[in-house]
Design a protein around this ligand. Sequence first.
Ligand SMILES: Cc1ncc(COP(=O)(O)O)c(C=O)c1O
Length: 388
Amino acid sequence: MREPTKTIHGHEFVDKDLGVFIPPIYLTAVFEQRGSTLITDRGTDLKYSREENPTVRALEKVLSKLEEGVDSLAFNSGMASISTVLLNFINKDLKVVALMELYGSTLQLLQLLSNKVGFKLHMSWPETSELIEDLKSFKPDLVFIESITNPMLRVIDVVEVAKVCRDLDCKLFVDNTFATPLLLNPLSNGATLVIHSLTKYIAGHNDVLGGALIAKDNTLIQALWDWRRLIGGIMQPFEAYLVLRGVKTLEVRFEKESKTAMSIAEYLSDNTKVIEVHYPGLSSSPYKSIADRVFKRRLYGGVVTFKLRGGMSEAVKFLKSLKIIRPSPSLGGAESLITYPIISASKSIPRDVREKLGITESTLRLSIGLEDPEDIIEDIDQALKSLN
Ligand SMILES: Cc1ncc(COP(=O)(O)O)c(C=O)c1O
């Protein structure tokens, strides 16, 4: 099955008696214990929805197929999935390398856990060559990266990084939220684990929170499953139903949003009130060659990051002038959203590090939705005209 077919048929659910092939919402906390009649395919009795729920299980099947894993676990948010996997691995002797530019809460969590438990955490400059140099000198046990970084959209060469990790025998965790399984399958490139905030492209409608961990190793999945049931972070059945519904249109949404994003990046590049445009699809982008080598398709995602001439007052004025695009801290949904990273996704990064990374008072991250591209451009255009 190719990706769009996997998103629609990958759940394998069918109720032969009723002829139902859309997974129902099993709104139940408990299951009657009848010996082996309700055995799940993970080999345990289906008994309690904190452990397993058939609607959630249907989504997990789709996600493992999409990411080419053997199995996956769905959580009630992206951060719940990240916390769970870190709890499984941390100990005081661990050596971790993480990109200096990651989603702010991921960085904050890594820092908090490192301070509390005492493991060594090295922050690496978010470029493939610098990261690889650090891996060779620091020799970590675990590496945490985003395949496309949030918010500056640097593309990391996951294939090269995975090769080095394999040589060093260290685990590679890839947050693939921005790239989606349509552009990249890190597990097939040698990563240990893939992480998604399902809240973004996979659910795709700005109406549900979710997270997922996907792996090729069943022993690892079993260990993470145990942590999930102990912490209680499993996704709820109604949310799983919404994500199952949303994921069916992943390809059409992502394609349209990527194409619109490309034309908006080009439009912004030609505007004198915009001083920088970061989009891996632009021919001027230093990341285009990595993207074209590593991504499965010539698409670059629906997020465009740019900097306005002027500082905070201009940025705020621009945000207030928008009529269709809403200032809001998420991405990947049907509604176009714009984020001011210094007060949201990158707030927890220390100011000096943030500025070194290029995340300044004039940086805005725009997530393109499914509106007509002309309407989005007209909205940006009138907001830019309101600036001095
Ligand atoms: C790249 C990335 N990973 C993880 C997360 C956390 O996901 P959630 O908000 O679903 O907890 C986010 C949220 O913005 C994100 O952008």
